[in-house]
Design a protein around this ligand. Structure first.
Ligand code: PRT
Ligand code: MG
Length: 215
């Protein structure tokens, strides 16, 4: 049976290529240059679909894709019931952090129990994080460029992903708290796992081995 794998372009696609290669799957087009959203591979029974990173769990949950690769940041914001998530692939790693302007006294602000305005695209995760700390926050939903929010007075702080820290530094922001270590997981539709086990299981095995060996 044919299988469909949902991926986002950019870092996840690039870091997935070596894993696909281990399974003898080579895409026939490059999503960075091609406008195709459905990409055939060297294996006639395997195709890739290119979706927004935050849409990967939706495609897999509804069975429009059998498998996908999604960041933990994305999965924490989604209802993952119906998804099987057997392998942490250890790719696209970063940290989810609270950050603010480097001249903002976050510690004093929190000690005083003042209300904090926090801008983020990770509303659920941020809500849980601050609730667990007993902090009062007003959450402001953004879809990108969170770093701009504290610089323009939209918010006191942001919740965003940090890898090198260069974006924070370039915008005179500092990380003040870590919320979670982030990496990407292989996610699988539960029905596909049963119905297409013969095709899906070897992929799980290959991906687990590659992830374990650090490639
Ligand atoms: O871009 P789009 O809006 O379509 O979606 P997306 O931003 O969610 O997708 P993409 O492809 O940028 O990221 C896909 C996944 O990569 C995320 O869901 C994370 O799991 C993972 N990942 C790993 C990252 C980063 N590292 C990362 N550094 N995603 C985003 N960033 C951004 C971060 O938001 C910040 O703006 O990079 C900037 C910080 O990087 P440094 O190196 O300057 O610290
Ligand atoms: Mg992005």
């Amino acid at each position: 049976m044919a299988i469909t794998i949902a991926l986002s372009k950019g870092r996840i696609f690039e870091e997935t290529l070596p894993l696909l290669d281990e399974a003898a799957i080579q895409p026939t087009d490059d999503p960075e240059t091609s406008r195709k959203l459905i990409i055939a591979t060297s294996r006639p029974d395997v195709r890739l679909i290119i979706v927004r990173a935050s849409d990967v769990p939706t495609y897999v949950r509804h069975g429009a894709a059998d498998l996908g690769i999604a960041g933990r940041d994305v999965l924490m914001e989604h209802d993952t019931a119906g998804l099987y998530m057997p392998v942490d692939l250890a790719i696209a790693r970063c940290r989810m952090m609270v950050a603010c302007r480097d001249d903002f006294d976050y510690e004093a602000h929190t000690r005083r129990g003042a209300r904090l305005r926090v801008a983020t695209k990770y509303i659920q995760t941020a809500r849980e994080h601050f609730a667990a700390k007993g902090m009062h926050v007003d959450l402001i939903k953004l879809y990108g460029s969170m770093e701009l929010a504290p610089l323009t007075g939209l918010s006191d702080a942001i919740v965003d992903l940090v890898s090198s820290g260069n974006t924070l530094k370039a915008n005179r922001l500092r990380a003040v708290e870590e919320i979670a270590a982030i990496s990407s997981r292989l996610i699988i539709n539960r029905a596909a796992l049963k119905l297409k086990r013969a095709e899906v299981q070897p992929l799980i095995d290959t991906f687990s081995r590659s992830a374990g060996s650090g490639t």
